[in-house]
Design a protein. Structure first.
Length: 341
C-alpha cells in the first residue's frame, strides 16, 4: 500500500492469522513502524523471530484493557483492528468473554485511535454478524454498531472508522481446512457437520486486499464486503482429499454444532438496498440519519423489499474441481501436494 509509505501502523491481534499476514505485507513496503498488540507472549516471540525487522514493536496487552490499548496506539497513524474471539463454539459457552473482547475491546481501540489522532481505523468483522444466531456473530454485530455509532456521533473526528466483513478465511487458525488435513494425515474419517452446508471461501491475501481497499476508499462508518465464491462442506472436504491424493476418503456426518448456520450471509437485503457495486467489492455507506424518528414514521424503505440477501447459497458456487483450483492458490496446499507427491 503506497499510501502507507512512511506511516506508523498498529495491528491489534497482530500475532493471529490475519495480523501476521498484514504485518508481513506492510513490512514488505516502506512503512516507518508496525505496532503489534496481542496478549500471547509465545506467539509474539515466534513472530518477532520470523519477521526479524527493526521496524516492528511488540506490545503485550489486551484490547479489553484501555490502558494497554492506548499505549500500543500512541504515535500511530493507522490502525487495523483484528483482535477478536472468533470461535463459534467457545463463544457459545462463554458469551460474556465474547462481549468483553469483541464489543468493549473494539470500543477501546476506536476511542484510543481517536485520542491519539490516528487517521483511520479499519475494523474486521464477519459474515456471522448478519442475522446472527450465535454469540460470536452477535458480539461482532455489536462491534459493527459500535464503530458506526462512533462515526455517526463524531462527524468532526479526524479518525475515519470503517468496517470490513468477510467469510471463512482458508487455512486460518482454527478453520476447517487444517482440520481436514490433520484428519487425513492421521488416517481418520473426515468429520462433516452437514454435507449441504455452504461457506464463503477467501484467502488470507484476499482478506488483506479487502482491508487495504477499505483503508484507501472509506468514509467514516462505511462497511465493505469482498465478493467471494462458496462451496458445500462436502465438496470442500473432497477437494482437500484430492489434493492429498486420497480418492475415496471416509466421511462421518456429525451434525450441526452449537450456533452454526446452514448458509452464511455477507450482506442482508436491507444492506443490499443501499450497497454500491464496486466491482470486486460492495460498499455500504453509513446510515447517518438522526434520532428524529418521527420524520420516518410514514416513509419507509421500499427498495429493500425487492432485494435479496447476499449469501453463500446464492453466490458463485464452486464444484470440487473449482474448489481444488482455489485451494491450490494457497502456499500451504502447494507445499502439502509436493510433500504427498
Amino acid at each position: 500500500m503506497p499510501e502507507l509509505d512512511g506511516a506508523r501502523v498498529a495491528i491489534t491481534g497482530g500475532t493471529g492469522s490475519f495480523g501476521s499476514t498484514m504485518a508481513r505485507h506492510l513490512l514488505a513496503g516502506d512503512v516507518a513502524a508496525v505496532h503489534i498488540l496481542s496478549r500471547d507472549e509465545a506467539k509474539q516471540d515466534d513472530l518477532r523471530r520470523l519477521l526479524a525487522d527493526s521496524r516492528t514493536k511488540f506490545f503485550l496487552g489486551d484490547v479489553r484493557d484501555a490502558d494497554s490499548t492506548l499505549a500500543a496506539l500512541r504515535g500511530v497513524d493507522h490502525v487495523f483492528h483484528a483482535a477478536a474471539l472468533k470461535q463459534v463454539p467457545s463463544c457459545e459457552f462463554f458469551p460474556q468473554q465474547a462481549v468483553k473482547t469483541n464489543v468493549t475491546g473494539s470500543n477501546n481501540v476506536i476511542e484510543a485511535a481517536h485520542q491519539v489522532g490516528a487517521t483511520s481505523v479499519v475494523c474486521l468483522s464477519t459474515d456471522k454478524a448478519v442475522y446472527p444466531v450465535n454469540a460470536m456473530g452477535m458480539s461482532k454485530a455489536l462491534m459493527e454498531k459500535t464503530a458506526q455509532a462512533f462515526a455517526r456521533n463524531n462527524p468532526a473526528s479526524p479518525t475515519t472508522v470503517s468496517i470490513t466483513r468477510y467469510g471463512n478465511v482458508m487455512y486460518s487458525r482454527g478453520s476447517v481446512i487444517p482440520l481436514f488435513v490433520r484428519q487425513l494425515m492421521q488416517g481418520n474419517s473426515l468429520t462433516i457437520t452437514d454435507p449441504e452446508m455452504t461457506r464463503f471461501l477467501m484467502s488470507l491475501e484476499e482478506s488483506v486486499s479487502l482491508v487495504a481497499y477499505a483503508f484507501t476508499h472509506a468514509q467514516s462508518g462505511d462497511l465493505f464486503v469482498r465478493k467471494a465464491p462458496a462451496a458445500t462442506v462436502i465438496d470442500l472436504a473432497y477437494a482437500v482429499a484430492r489434493i492429498m491424493g486420497i480418492a475415496h476418503p471416509e466421511v462421518q456426518v456429525i451434525g450441526t454444532r452449537h450456533g452454526e448456520k446452514q448458509h452464511e450471509t455477507l450482506l442482508s437485503r436491507e444492506e443490499m438496498a443501499f450497497a454500491e457495486n464496486k466491482g470486486d467489492y460492495y460498499r455500504v455507506p453509513l446510515d447517518a440519519r438522526s434520532l428524529e424518528y418521527e420524520l420516518y414514521f410514514e416513509e419507509g424503505n421500499k427498495t429493500s423489499s425487492r432485494m435479496v440477501d447476499y449469501t453463500s447459497e446464492n453466490t458463485e458456487r464452486l464444484d470440487i474441481d473449482s474448489t481444488v483450483d482455489l485451494l491450490m492458490t494457497l502456499p500451504e496446499m502447494q507445499t502439502l501436494r509436493k510433500a504427498r507427491s
